[in-house]
Design a protein around this ligand. Structure first.
Ligand SMILES: O=C(Nc1ccc2c(c1)CCNCC2)c1ccc(-c2cn[nH]c2)cc1OCc1ccccc1
Length: 316
């Protein structure tokens, strides 16, 4: 690990430690060639590397996920050091605490980003399984970034495959998950996202109790009439697709939540498979495909919707 660290110092200036958790500590760093700030996550010695499946799960997942609301992994060295997207806003959890609770408009602004990230990872056949405010960081432009894919699942049999492992924070865990039943990861993610929405709006969790068993009873009871996300019956729970254009989420916005990243947006727009889109892009022919992709990236970096239109519907 020491020589790995030495190698890292050729490319990054490492600064102070800003956070330390169970598995790792996080230091601020600067990527020397670009001058861009990054976060350096260092796995703890004893729990380092591949003998901890969680680290491998997290790194493999982050390598397959590229989205404006998912924290980017830029570089990993043999599962000990991870160079990650810089999120100076810290945890959404702390943000809610210090603001007590958010206005409806601010909640909607954040929640659209939360739903966008969930829709995207589900479209890539990943279920996060530990969605909570602590796993959302705010970057320098008030964008939310989803982190911690340590317990995520990419079921071999696709998203309808039933999972068994019970994981995540009980306060955000779906009823079917805490009952130890076989559950569908993406459906359980919707429950957690519903609990998160409640916490954003109210400043406290819907099902809370110091006694975990009493909390479980509250979760099982459901306690709300006409719920769509914290719906106890997983079969009747709203799907993320229906969330994207839910009236409450559309209020004040002209369009449904964009969840595609640039490649998926292009493949849908051109009606190409993801594979051939990636192939055409990797040729860098500097033809209209290259232009479309680079201009879409530029739109995204300026916080504009990651969307392509056939007609000149963008006005001026
Ligand atoms: O960039 C990150 N954090 C971060 C960077 C700068 C600042 C702050 C925080 C807040 C504290 N004041 C200084 C400004 C940052 C990025 C990615 C990840 C990460 C991605 N997968 N796993 C971890 C973790 C990060 O941090 C952890 C943290 C540190 C202090 C508090 C809150 C959170």
């Amino acid at each position: 690990a020491v020589d790995d660290y030495e190698k890292l110092l050729k490319y990054y200036d490492v600064h102070e430690t800003i956070g330390a958790g169970g598995f790792a500590k996080v230091k601020l760093a600067t990527h020397i060639f670009t001058g861009e700030k990054v976060a350096l996550k260092i796995m703890n010695k004893e729990s380092h590397g591949d003998d901890l499946p969680r680290v491998k799960t997290e790194i493999d997942a982050m390598k397959n996920l590229s989205h404006q609301n998912v924290c980017r992994l830029y570089h990993d060295t043999k599962k000990i050091f991870m160079i990650l997207e810089y999120c100076p806003g810290g945890e959404l959890f702390d943000y809610i605490i210090e603001k007590d609770r958010l206005t409806e408009d601010e909640t909607r602004m954040f929640f659209r980003q939360i739903v966008s990230a969930v829709a995207y990872i589900h479209s890539q056949d990943y279920a996060h399984r530990d969605l909570k405010p602590e796993n959302r960081f705010i970057d320098g432009d008030q964008n939310l970034k989803l982190i911690d894919f340590g317990v995520c699942a990419k079921p071999k049999g696709g998203m309808d495959y039933h999972l068994m492992i019970c994981c995540g924070n009980p306060a955000y865990a779906a009823p079917e998950l805490i009952q130890g039943k076989a559950y569908i990861g993406s459906v359980a993610d919707i429950w957690s996202t519903g609990v998160l929405l409640y916490a954003l709006m109210c400043g406290y969790q819907p099902f809370d109790d110091d006694n975990v068993m009493l909390m479980y009873k509250k979760i099982m009871r459901g306690k709300y009439d006409m719920p769509q996300m914290i719906q106890v019956d997983p079969k009747r729970r709203i799907t993320v697709r229906h969330l994207l254009n839910h009236p409450w989420l559309m209020q004040g916005y002209s369009c449904p939540v964009e969840w595609q990243n640039c490649v998926t947006e292009m493949s849908v727009f051109y009606k190409w498979s993801k594979g051939s889109t990636l192939h055409l892009l990797s040729k860098w022919d500097y033809d209209q495909t290259t232009a479309t992709y680079l201009l879409l990236l530029s739109k995204k970096s300026h916080g504009k919707p990651v969307r392509l239109m056939r007609s000149s519907a963008f006005g001026e």
